[in-house]
Design a binder for this molecule. Structure first.
Ligand code: FES
Length: 193
């Protein structure tokens, strides 16, 4: 048992060693941290987690969270507490495009349920699942603050509003053709943070 635990630790350590921000991402992280006083770098955690999620495949593995803790000089549990609280952080692998369909009052009254069913059928997945090609994950979300243009969905930093089946078709085709990870910072986060 002891050697098994030790073996797991070694494995985690070697996985952890592979995780490092690119120079570009690290420059962005440093820029974010510089907005806060010395010793208050924990305040930078939310935007830094967005950069980490965009940088490391759209989700935050335990190793990535440990790395963020190390970069910000805070405890790993402090990172986990925040990352596990907000639905915008994914703690398990997801598709390159996470589709979050709002299901709250205004969207619900305007057909959100039908939009969800339409996407489920089109992508052959259920809510919470990812397509086999790793392209799309479907989620539902609570009010995303775009009630006047219901029904709507969010994918990364983009809002898609006044949804119709035809609009959904276009969104899915466009994203699939682009084939890129859509993060809350759209990967060209240098322009948006
Ligand atoms: S109810 Fe859907 S955005 Fe507010």
């Amino acid at each position: 048992m002891g050697s098994q635990v030790h073996g797991t630790q070694e494995f985690n350590k070697s996985k952890r060693a592979e995780i490092k921000f690119s120079e570009e991402a690290m420059a962005i992280v440093k820029g974010i941290v510089s907005h806060y006083p010395e010793g208050k770098q924990k305040s930078a955690l939310l935007p830094v987690l967005h950069v980490a999620q965009a940088e490391f495949g759209g989700w935050l593995s335990p190793e990535v969270m440990d790395y963020v803790a190390e970069v910000l000089k805070i405890k790993p549990i402090e990172v986990f507490e925040v990352a596990s609280f907000y639905t915008m952080y994914n703690l398990k692998p997801v598709g390159k495009c996470v589709l979050e369909v709002c299901q709250t009052s205004s969207c619900w009254l305007n057909g959100a349920e039908d939009i969800v069913k339409y996407i489920e059928k089109k992508l052959n997945i259920k809510v919470g699942e990812t397509t086999k090609d790793g392209m799309f994950t479907l989620k539902t979300a609570e009010c995303l603050g775009s009630c006047g243009t219901a029904p709507m969905l969010q994918c990364g930093a983009s809002y898609h509003e006044n949804l119709t089946y035809a609009k959904v078709d276009t969104i899915l085709e466009t994203y699939k053709a682009e084939g890129k990870l859509r993060s809350y910072t759209d990967l060209d986060y240098k322009n948006t943070l």
